[in-house]
Structure formats: C-alpha cells, structure tokens
Design a protein around this ligand. Sequence first.
Ligand code: HEM
Ligand code: HEM
Length: 233
Amino acid sequence: MKIYVWDFPTRIFHWLLVVTFAAQYLTGELLDDAMQWHFYGGYVMLGLIIFRLLWGIVGAYYARFSQFIHGPTTTIAYAKSLNKSSYTTYLGHNPLGAYSIIFVMSMLLTQTVSGLFITDDIFYSGPYHSVVSDAVEDIMNMLHSNAVNAVLFFLVLHITAMILYKRLKGQALLKAMVTGRKELSESQVSKLENIVASKNHWLRFVFVASLSAGAVYLIVVSFAPELADDFYY
Ligand code: HEM
Ligand code: HEM
C-alpha cells in the first residue's frame, strides 16, 4: 500500500536545503572570490529555515512539529525497540530522526545568524557586522567556523541511517523524500492505528513562502544598519 507522506513543500524545502548547503560549503570553504555568492546563498538558507519553522506549525500533517516531536519516554522506547522485529513503524519522521532534525536545523540557524555578524576582512561584511564589538564578532566567527562541522557530522549519521533503514528494515526513506510516497507492507499497515495521507496546501504554501522571503528582506535589508566603510583598499 502506498501512502502520500511528504507534501511538495516539505520535499522542495529538503532538496533546496541540500543544494544550498553544498553551495555554502563550496563558496565558504573551497572557492576563493565567491564571497558575494556565499552571502546570497546564506540569505536563501535563512529563508528556508524561516519557511520550515512556519511550515512546522501551519504546514501539512506530517510536516508539523506536533506530529513528529515526541517526549523522551517514547523516544527511548523507540530506540530500545529498534533491534526487535516488533519496533514501531512511524509514517512521518521517527522520534530519533526528529531529534536529529532539530539538531541540524539549530546548527544551520547558528551558522546563518553568525554569518550576519562577521566579515571576510577584505571586501565583504555581513549586514550586522558594524553593530557588534570585537568580542562578539570573535564569538560569531568561532560559531561560524565550527557549526558547519556539526552539520557535516549530522550528514554522516543522516546518510548512514538511510542506508541502514533500507538494508535492515526495508524502508525506502530516500525514495519517499523524492516521490512523497511511502510503500508499506501488509504487516506494517495492520500495525498502524490510523493512516492519514498528506495534502499539498498550495495556497498556504505560497503564502508561507512569500512571508519567509519578506522576513529575509526585512532582516537583511530593511532592519540592517548602514554598512560602516572600514576597509582599506
Ligand atoms: C548555513 C549557511 C552558511 C554556511 C553553511 C556557511 C559556511 C561557511 C564556511 C564553511 C566558511 C569557511 C569558514 C572557515 O574557513 O573558517 C564560511 C565563511 C564565511 N561566511 Fe559563511 N556560511 C553560511 C552563511 C553565511 C551568511 C548568511 C553570511 C553573511 C551574510 C556568511 C558570511 C561568511 C563570511 C564573511 C565568511 C568568511 C569568514 C572569514 O574569512 O574568516 N556566511 N561560511
Ligand atoms: C544527498 C544527501 C541527502 C539525502 C539522501 C537525504 C535524505 C533524507 C530523507 C530520506 C529524509 C526523510 C527522513 C525520514 O523519512 O524521516 C530527510 C530528511 C531531512 N534531511 Fe536529508 N538528505 C540528504 C542531505 C541532507 C542535508 C545536506 C541536510 C542539511 C544540511 C539535510 C537535512 C534534512 C532535514 C532537516 C530533514 C527533515 C525534513 C523535514 O521534515 O522538513 N539532509 N533527508
């Protein structure tokens, strides 16, 4: 039986996040002379994070935080049951996956917000660089250099989890994040109490996406202080 779990907005969010993160890593760590693009990518990332936070409140059924964030008791019970055949199947994110998502989103937010306050000491400064003291800038620099490693650590776990769920549990999580549909066996269906299919709330999607873009504009352009001209050319 196939069930529509990941709505279009959640999937497009995920794959844009992957592309944007790759672009940020490339332009921040590997390429010289790409700082302007790094800034643009950072603003896209900010918009994606704001979008996902809002979509987690008003979005489709399985995208909502209230649907997939569970307390410690359920999460520990799930972790303990993983090596048993009677483990609980979750149609949306499982309780452990949910915490890894909170972790990576917090790290990406840290990375993006810290970027707004730092400078490459050559030509480019984040829009809020001029309002912070040297001490705060040092902290932001430290966060910006290190949070990215936490995201890379998450990525290793993330990909390993996909492979293990496929090999050991027969769950094609990757395919579901591409097509939106999860394929369930008869026995899995019989264990699930209520099966809800997701919906694409198009109007809400357009509204929330526009709101997120507007919020980025306000943060990056409208509320940003005048840039101090403190470079030596
Ligand atoms: C999630 C989004 C972001 C990621 C993954 C990211 C990643 C990175 C990485 C890996 C570096 C190299 C760090 C190092 O070598 O120590 C870097 C440098 C930098 N990033 Fe970002 N960044 C992001 C967002 C931003 C934003 C929004 C801004 C500013 C608006 C920004 C401004 C900078 C600057 C100015 C540098 C150069 C710092 C230096 O030369 O010491 N970043 N970023
Ligand atoms: C090519 C590499 C990647 C693959 C194959 C992949 C695959 C997936 C899959 C299958 C899920 C759904 C998991 C589930 O069923 O519970 C997922 C969720 C998620 N992944 Fe990835 N992922 C990749 C890279 C990334 C990267 C680079 C990031 C962040 C920088 C990321 C962040 C997330 C987040 C935040 C979610 C939750 C999505 C949501 O609820 O909106 N992933 N990923």
